[in-house]
Design a protein around this ligand. Structure first.
Ligand code: PLP
Length: 375
C-alpha cells in the first residue's frame, strides 16, 4: 500500500479517469486582464532582470493592497520582498529567523512545508492542537501554555490549510497581546484571506497596535487570482528582516520572474470582482460537498475559509492513508490523507473545492459506491 502523498499522486497520474481533489492549486482560469498584462510585458520587452526585492511597480502595488485590504502600512522601498511563490517566502523567512534550537509554535494539523523549512533550519516545532469541536480555531491559552524561553516564532495561518479554520478577530487580538507580552515574532500566512464564507471576517494581525514591528505577513497570487504556475508571492515585514531575506533570495534564485511580476501588478491594481466571482464559485462547491459528505456519514467543522474541507472519516472504519489509497485505486478519486498534515490525523482526509460541480457530483457517487463496497 502506498503510504505517502507522493505515492498517491504517482498512482493518480497512471489513472486517466481519476478526479483529483488532492493538490491545492485553483482550477479556475487566471482572469484575462492579468494574462493580457503579461503578454504586453513580453511584447514590449519588459522581461529583463529587476531588483531582487521585486519590480518597484509591484512593490508599490503590494503596499497599496496591504493598506487598502489589510490596514497594514509597508514601505515599498524597504519593507516588501517579492518572492517566487509563497513557498519560497516561507522557506526564506524560516531560514532568516531561526537558529538551531529556536522553537516555532505551530497550530496542528498543519501545512507541512513549514515542518520541512523549520527542520532544515535546525528549529524545533512546538505543536498546538486545534479541534473539530472548536472549528479548528487556535486557542490563545493553549499557545500560552507552550511558550518557553526558546520560543521565537508564532505561526498563524488563517484561513487555515488544511482545516479551513479561521482565527476570529477577538482571537487574533488575544494572540497579538500574547506575542507582545512574551516577545514572539508572528508569521501571518494570509494566502487564503480572500476565500471566506458564511460572513466570517479575516483580520490581519499586522494591523493591530504594536504588531507591525513584530509581524511578517506572507501572501501571494496563487490562490487569490488562480495563478499558481506564475510563481509570485511576497513578504511584508520590518526593513531589517527584508534585508536578510533578500540576501538569501539572491543566493537561491536572484529574483521572481519579471513577466509574472508585471502580471501581478495588473492583478493587484486591476478590478477585483473576479476574486469575488471565484469566491462565490468556491462557496457553491463548498455547500454542495458539505451536504454530500454529511450524507455519506462524515463529520467536519464547516470551513469558514480556504479551499478545503477537512473531513472526519472515522465512520468508515478505515484510517486515512488506507482510505485515500482505496478511494483512488477502486473509485478513481484522489483526496489527501490526514497524515500528510501531521502524524496523528489519521481520522481525516483533505478534500479540495477545486473541481467543477459536475465533477464533484461524480466524486460523491464514486465515494458512495466505494463505501458501499466496503460495506
Ligand atoms: N502557505 C500556505 C498555507 C499554502 O497552503 C500554500 C500552498 O498551498 C503556500 C503558502 C504556498 O503557495 P504558493 O507557493 O503557490 O504561493
Amino acid at each position: 500500500m502506498p503510504v505517502s502523498i507522493f505515492d498517491l499522486m504517482e498512482l493518480a497520474q497512471k489513472k486517466p479517469n481519476a478526479i483529483s481533489l488532492g493538490l491545492g492549486d485553483p482550477d479556475l482560469a487566471t482572469p484575462p486582464h492579468i494574462i493580457a498584462a503579461a503578454k504586453r510585458a513580453i511584447d514590449e520587452g519588459r522581461t529583463g532582470p529587476v531588483d531582487p526585492t521585486g519590480l518597484p511597480e509591484l512593490r508599490a502595488a503590494i503596499s497599496r493592497k496591504l493598506k487598502r485590504d489589510n490596514q497594514v502600512e509597508a514601505d515599498p522601498s524597504a519593507e516588501i520582498l517579492v518572492t517566487t511563490g509563497g513557498q519560497e517566502a516561507l522557506f526564506l523567512l524560516i531560514q532568516a529567523l531561526i537558529d538551531p534550537g529556536d522553537e516555532v509554535i505551530v497550530p496542528d494539523p498543519r501545512y507541512t512545508s513549514y515542518d520541512d523549512a523549520i527542520t532544515l533550519a535546525g528549529g524545533k516545532m512546538v505543536l498546538v492542537p486545534t479541534d473539530e469541536a472548536h472549528g479548528f480555531e487556535l486557542d490563545p491559552d493553549e499557545v500560552a501554555r507552550r511558550i518557553t524561553p526558546r520560543s521565537k516564532l508564532l505561526l498563524l495561518i488563517s484561513p487555515n490549510n488544511p482545516t479551513g479554520g479561521i482565527n476570529q478577530p477577538s482571537t487574533v487580538r488575544r494572540l497579538a497581546e500574547l506575542a507582545q507580552e512574551r516577545n514572539l515574532i508572528v508569521i501571518a500566512d494570509e494566502i487564503y484571506e480572500k476565500f471566506v464564507y458564511d460572513g466570517a471576517q479575516h483580520l490581519s494581525v499586522a494591523s493591530l497596535p504594536g504588531m507591525r514591528e513584530r509581524t511578517i505577513t506572507l501572501n501571494g497570487m496563487s490562490k487569490t487570482y488562480a495563478m499558481t504556475g506564475w510563481r509570485i508571492g511576497y513578504l511584508a515585514a520590518p526593513a531589517e528582516f527584508i534585508r536578510v531575506a533578500t540576501a538569501l533570495k539572491q543566493m537561491v534564485n536572484v529574483q521572481a520572474p519579471t513577466m509574472s511580476q508585471w502580471a501581478a501588478v495588473a492583478a493587484l491594481d486591476g478590478p477585483q470582482d473576479c476574486v469575488e466571482e471565484m469566491r462565490r464559485t468556491y462557496a457553491q462547491r463548498r455547500a454542495f460537498l458539505m451536504e454530500a459528505l454529511r450524507d455519506l456519514g462524515f463529520t467536519f467543522a464547516a470551513p469558514l475559509g480556504g479551499l478545503y474541507i477537512w473531513a472526519n472519516i472515522s465512520s468508515s472504519g478505515i484510517g486515512s492513508t488506507e482510505f485515500s489509497f482505496r478511494l483512488l485505486r477502486d473509485a478513481d478519486v484522489l483526496v489527501l490523507p490526514g497524515t500528510g498534515f501531521g502524524e496523528q490525523w489519521d481520522d481525516y482526509v483533505r478534500v479540495t473545492l477545486l473541481r467543477p460541480l459536475d465533477e464533484l457530483e461524480i466524486v460523491v457517487e464514486r465515494m458512495r459506491s466505494m463505501l458501499q463496497a466496503e460495506g
